[in-house]
Design a protein around this ligand. Structure first.
Ligand code: CP
Length: 310
């Protein structure tokens, strides 16, 4: 069995999530023992219309660690023929002649789904505007699972720009697959989580609440998932950006208030929302989270291009 595409978090059910996590676990061993050549005949195209450090480079590293090759346009908005007016449809139709899989980041929500409909090769959504970032959510959940083993019963606080954050949207979809999970959305009232996610959680009987006080919630939850206030998505609302910027900062006092077994995650990049002096705290797992991105993405490439046992 193969994964056709990776477009949105809700395409993964619990069984498939277990497969991804088991594959990632195997990939961890492969990565630490010098890599593999299972994808030696495969070419991956990374097509990024928005900036990235982690997603693009970890996918490229993942492909190389599995023996594959990479072609890339890292600033497709400026340096691909999109700059001359080419449609995304024509770009995808073209690139599929050159590669076996496309990892696509785009500034418009829904573009990965559009690409999936056209492409005859797998498309992996590496972030579509304020839509979703499913591979990030998979590595987030993998990191949570490494800490707690069981995801059922956990309480998770998502903090920051929840209106524009695609990572929190995808993570909420994944958490909705589990039982007795509780989500607290912490944001200014003008950057609240959108209604479609709240309705999805209601439908799956996942309790959620909203508040704007991180210090009050920090001692109560198992996971704090910080996010950045996204200046690039608030260009037309500079007043909101200025009001939100710096509102939520995890410093030593916040980390000390967390339960002993609680963890602090962040998809990165961070700006000022986590003080670097807490990086060494055992609760701060965001660098392990970044490392886990390699294993999850190796697993996804293998599951798309070679297949998996279900
Ligand atoms: N977390 C994440 O998507 O990071 P990049 O924007 O650097 O890829």
């Amino acid at each position: 069995m193969k994964l056709d595409h990776v477009i949105e978090a809700q395409q993964f059910d619990r069984d498939l999530l277990e497969v991804v996590f088991n594959e990632a676990n195997e990939m961890e061993k492969i990565a630490y023992s010098g890599g593999s050549d299972i994808l030696k005949h495969a070419i991956m195209a990374t097509v990024f219309y928005e900036p990235s450090t982690r997603t693009r480079l970890s996918f490229e590293s993942a492909m190389i660690r599995l023996g594959g090759r990479v072609i890339s346009t890292e600033n497709a908005r400026e340096f691909s023929s999109a700059a001359k007016g080419e449609s995304i449809q024509d770009t995808i139709r073209t690139i599929q002649s050159y590669a076996d899989i496309i990892v696509l980041r785009h500034y418009q929500s829904g573009t990965a789904k559009l690409a999936e409909k056209i492409a005859q090769i797998p498309i992996i959504n590496a972030g579509d505007g304020a839509g979703q970032h499913p591979t990030q959510a998979l590595l987030d959940l993998y990191t949570i699972k490494e800490s707690f083993i069981k995801i059922d019963g956990l309480s998770v606080a998502m903090v920051g720009d929840l209106e524009n954050g695609r990572t929190v949207r995808s993570l909420a979809y994944l958490l909705a697959k589990y039982s007795d999970v509780k989500i607290v959305f912490i944001s200014p009232d003008f950057l609240r989580m959108k209604d479609d996610i709240k309705q999805h959680l209601d439908k799956h009987e996942i309790p959620w609440e909203e508040c704007d006080d991180l210090r009050e919630i920090a001692p109560q939850v198992d996971v704090i998932y910080m996010t950045r206030i996204q200046r690039e998505r608030l260009i037309e609302r500079p007043g909101d950006y200025e009001k939100a910027r710096g509102k939520y900062i995890v410093n030593r006092a916040v980390v000390d208030s967390m339960k002993d077994k609680s963890i602090l995650l962040h998809p990165f990049p961070r700006v000022d929302e986590i003080s670097p002096d807490v990086d060494v705290d055992p609760k701060a797992l965001y660098f392990s989270q970044i490392q886990n991105g390699i294993f999850i993405r190796m697993a996804l490439l293998k599951m798309c291009l070679i297949g998996y046992q279900h």
